[in-house]
Write a protein that binds this ligand. Structure first.
Ligand code: ATP
Ligand code: MG
Length: 467
């Protein structure tokens, strides 16, 4: 094997990982650092890019799990059935996994049996891609790279270890990992590996929604998440997981757009700040309602998408529910989908801006404005006018927020308890209706937000009874 500079690994390896491997060695075993962190260090060194290690350090060893448990003072049996023990080195935990061999997979998800081996090459052979199948022994300063992952790192090439069709058939998560790595590592999928993806989707259908969600979340943190989404479309995963997104592909738009809905969406997605994955999720879904609302204008003959934001919100909600996104993520993304259309112009009064903020909520206005900007930039046409209007909206919103006017129920000078104590209202839905009506009045006239005035108005509303 060609000489390989291990210095980047020597520098990046935390001392507790080195010490762990040394202790295994002292006891007559061996420890190799494996997986994503080895890959990321070597990759960053090759492209001379900054190293941003997010993952954990994983160690593979020929010691059996019970031997690992005996060797270290504090261990947690995190995955004994796979041979994994977490070893606590001070406050840091390291996953130590006994070398495993190839197994048969009859369910496309997990091996039928786990067999332990004493050979690092056999362990690397069961890993998914060559760049993930490199091991480093820090005690001997030796790199083990039986599948030439280093050359693939150099070429930024994602290649399955062994026969790609078989590897994808064994475990359906791998095709999705390929799409994700294509985005996060900016590697190209090697042609034979790519060709094997679509025909192997039977196993992908067995992957749990939670694991798909986790891969989506990782993909959304890439510099250009569109790479992952396009790969999911091209290789058939999206048709299985999110057919409502596939419907955007080839859905042409009106003359203000250069791209169809899908390509526009990908541009919007990449335009949103990399450190805002939640906003990117909303960007991915913002036009999900367009295919079902597309119509042709009777006189201009141009396409229209009336109310696509309202049609899209429940579609987004359903998709995120199926993919087991958290309630918080789902509500956030769905609200942004619903509110992403804003037709601001200089004629908007302060009250109009206050009504808009109340509808969107103070918490979300910043995100809606950010999404609008990316949405406009993703049109692929000159958009300076539209961007200038968004700037004006943002400034107008800033002025309104500075005035501190009441924009939500909790900003009102009275609450439900006041209604019961001072106006004799009884608990029930009427309380909420009255508070909402008061808020609407206060949004029109901020100076009305005074306790006595609101109480008097509340008594009037109560005497009128439920509306
Ligand atoms: P990252 O941690 O950056 O998401 P990773 O490659 O480290 O990426 P992990 O899930 O941490 O991913 O897995 C660690 C290693 O285990 C991988 O590098 C790979 O060698 C192996 N591996 C993980 N998942 C699979 C899989 N589905 N099939 C085969 N090998 C896998
Ligand atoms: Mg990892």
């Amino acid at each position: 094997m060609a000489y390989v500079d291990t210095q980047p690994l020597v520098r990046a390896l935390p001392s507790f990982v080195r010490e762990l491997c040394q202790r295994l060695d002292d006891a007559g075993h061996r420890g190799w650092v494996v997986g994503g962190s080895v890959r990321d260090v070597l990759m960053a060194a090759r492209s001379q890019s900054e190293l941003d290690l997010k993952g954990d350090w994983d160690v593979a060893t020929d010691a059996l799990p019970e031997q690992v448990i005996r060797l270290f003072r504090r261990t947690i049996p995190t995955g004994l059935q796979h041979g994994t023990v977490t070893v606590m080195m001070g406050r840091d935990g390291v996953e130590v996994t006994t070398l495993r061999g190839e197994s048969t997979y009859s369910d496309g998800r997990r091996p039928d049996a786990v067999t332990f081996v004493d050979d690092i090459v056999a362990d690397l052979a069961r890993r998914d891609f060559t760049i993930n199948a490199i091991a480093y022994d820090p005690v001997r300063d030796l790199l083990s790279d039986p599948f030439d992952g280093l050359s693939d790192l150099e070429r930024r090439c994602l290649r399955a270890v062994g026969d790609p069709a078989q590897r994808f058939a064994e475990d359906g998560l791998r095709v999705l990992r390929a799409a994700r790595f294509h985005a996060t590592l900016e590697v190209d999928i090697e042609p034979a590996t790519a060709r094997a993806m679509a025909p192997s989707l039977a196993s992908y259908r067995c992957v749990s929604a939670e694991r798909i969600r986790d891969e989506w979340q990782k993909a959304l943190k890439a510099r250009r998440p569109s790479r992952a989404l396009q790969a999911m479309l091209d290789h058939g995963m999206l048709a299985i997981t999110a057919p409502e997104l596939v419907a955007m592909n080839g859905c042409d738009q009106n003359r203000h757009h250069a791209y169809d809905v899908w390509n526009h969406t990908l541009r919007v997605l990449d335009d949103v700040a990399q450190d805002r994955p939640a906003l990117r999720l909303a960007a991915l879904l913002h036009d999900i309602g367009k295919p079902m609302t597309r119509d042709v204008h009777p006189t201009t003959g141009d396409f229209t998408f009336y109310n696509h934001e309202h049609a899209g919100a429940p579609l987004a909600d359903d998709l995120l529910r199926r993919l087991r996104f958290s309630n918080e993520q789902r509500h956030h993304a769905t609200s942004l989908v619903r509110h992403h259309i804003v037709v601001y112009d200089a004629a908007w009064t302060d009250a109009a801006v206050r009504r808009w903020i109340r509808r969107v909520s103070k918490e979300l206005v910043g995100d809606v404005i950010a999404l609008c900007r990316s949405d406009v930039r993703g049109k692929g046409r000159p958009v300076d006018d539209e961007l200038a209007r968004i700037d004006q909206l943002e400034m107008h919103v800033g002025r309104i927020l500075e005035q501190g006017a009441a924009l939500s129920l909790k900003d009102l000078a009275i609450n439900g308890r006041d209604l019961m104590q001072d106006c004799g209202a009884s608990p029930g839905p009427l309380l909420g209706q009255i508070l909402t009506a008061l808020l609407e009045e206060v949004v029109e006239n901020p100076e009305h937000n005074e306790r006595e005035r609101l109480l008097a108005r509340a008594r009037e509303l109560i005497s009128l009874g439920p509306q």
